[in-house]
Design a protein around this ligand. Structure first.
Ligand SMILES: CC(=O)SCCNC(=O)CCNC(=O)[C@H](O)C(C)(C)COP(=O)(O)OP(=O)(O)OC[C@H]1O[C@@H](n2cnc3c(N)ncnc32)[C@H](O)[C@@H]1OP(=O)(O)O
Ligand SMILES: N[C@@H](CCO)C(=O)O
Length: 346
């Protein structure tokens, strides 16, 4: 495994009209590119993860796993705005000499794909065997597959959508309101808004899981309990767990990035954009996903020309894309084998 940083010394124009300087992308790679560079797997991480998929998707990467460094060159980039090495709100703004904090310009999903293309060129990558990503990672993958239809041989978007829904945007807005309601949020300090972010994580979890998940894992062992219920302590714990590794500035801008996702913007319609994708596509849906309901993945498969959709059964809802690795690996294996066979017989 190697962890590196790519820096772009030219101004980088964002969709919002802002111009970003000194763009930095932290990325992790496993394995080596083969002679004809035909073994590249590009993984896109979700909202609060980092560029090291082995940490958050351990059962998907490794010896004899679906993505195996002995056979594949695996790359994952930390998304700009995040706090794991890429350009982030805690960086010093070269124009002011002080940290950006509240003034960090948010990157749209389209800006993110544009940034990754710079790194792709730098690494001399002209073909990607498989692009895979869940949730907002899947949004970036789809956006890139529309921007450069010939780049990906296969794409595997999981638990994601073509346009971020009003429902998803409402969840994100409520989370930002929780951060804004924290009195410390106005402070120009790295820990501003952390309590608000803890509440935001609790709100988010209600969309990442569902009633089945909570009712299964957080039921009380005694009917005598009158207060301090397990699900309450779970909500609190998950907030503090995130606060120990993330910051509210990154959380705030990344939720805006997710809201910006719309494959159809400036391209006629969403359907037209999806129809431009040339990659063989496996769309994965998670049963009981409240945030990205399976109908959204069915829609993707209906309009991407060479696509199939598979529904994964899970008690975890949306978070199933991070946890149902056996079913996900099996679906990928079948898809790649079937696609290779159909290419040979064509
Ligand atoms: C740099 C990095 O760390 S990156 C890796 C971290 N995260 C990411 O990359 C983002 C992607 N990952 C995720 O979102 C999550 O890890 C998931 C969805 C995969 C799994 O979520 P988890 O929080 O691990 O699982 P789950 O919801 O079962 O919660 C388990 C935790 O809650 C605790 N918990 C469970 N019930 C309760 C309760 N009633 N009260 C208090 N705590 C509780 C458990 O003790 C456990 O704590 P631990 O994480 O300290 O071991
Ligand atoms: N649980 C994921 C977000 C859900 O897509 C994360 O924390 O990155």
């Amino acid at each position: 495994m190697t962890q590196q940083v790519f820096t772009y010394d030219q101004p980088f124009a964002l969709e919002s009209g802002a111009v970003f300087h000194n763009l930095r992308l932290a990325y992790t790679t496993y394995g080596s590119m083969n002679g004809d560079r035909s073994n590249i797997i590009w993984i896109f991480h979700a909202l609060t993860a980092n560029s090291n998929p082995h940490e958050w998707w351990p059962e998907m990467i490794g010896e004899e796993k679906i993505f195996d460094p002995a056979r594949h060159f695996i790359i994952c980039v930390n998304m700009p705005g995040s706090c794991y090495g890429s350009s982030s709100p805690l960086d010093t703004n070269p124009e002011t000499g002080v940290p950006y904090y509240h003034n960090f310009p948010f990157f749209t999903i389209r800006d993110m794909a544009g940034a990754y293309r710079l790194l792709q060129k730098e690494l001399g990558i002209t073909k990607i065997k498989i692009g895979i990503g869940g949730s907002t990672g899947g949004q970036q993958l789809l956006e890139w597959a529309v921007q450069d239809p010939e780049l990906f041989e296969h794409i595997i978007p999981l638990a994601t959508n073509a346009v971020h829904s009003p429902w998803g945007k409402a969840f994100n807005a409520s989370q930002r309101f929780a951060i804004e309601a924290d009195q410390t949020w106005k402070n120009k300090a790295a820990d501003a808004g952390l309590k608000g972010m803890e509440v935001a994580r609790g709100i988010a979890l209600l969309s990442y899981r569902n009633a089945t998940a909570y009712n299964k894992t957080q039921s009380e062992s005694s009917e005598d309990t009158l207060e301090s219920f397990r699900s309450e302590s779970y909500q609190r714990y998950q907030g503090t767990k995130l606060a120990a590794r993330f910051n509210a500035f990154s959380y705030y801008v990344l939720s805006k990035s997710m809201d910006s996702h719309n494959l159809g913007r400036g391209r006629g319609t969403v359907i037209k954009a999806l129809e431009a994708i040339r990659a063989a596509t496996l769309v994965l849906a998670l049963e009981g996903d409240l945030l990205f309901p399976p109908e959204e993945q069915d829609f993707l498969a209906e309009h991407i020309p060479d696509a199939i959709v598979r529904h994964i059964s899970t008690d975890y809802g949306h978070d199933g894309f991070l946890l149902e690795f056996e079913q996900i690996s099996e679906a990928i294996k079948k898809f790649i084998t079937h696609h290779a066979a159909s290419v040979i017989t064509k």
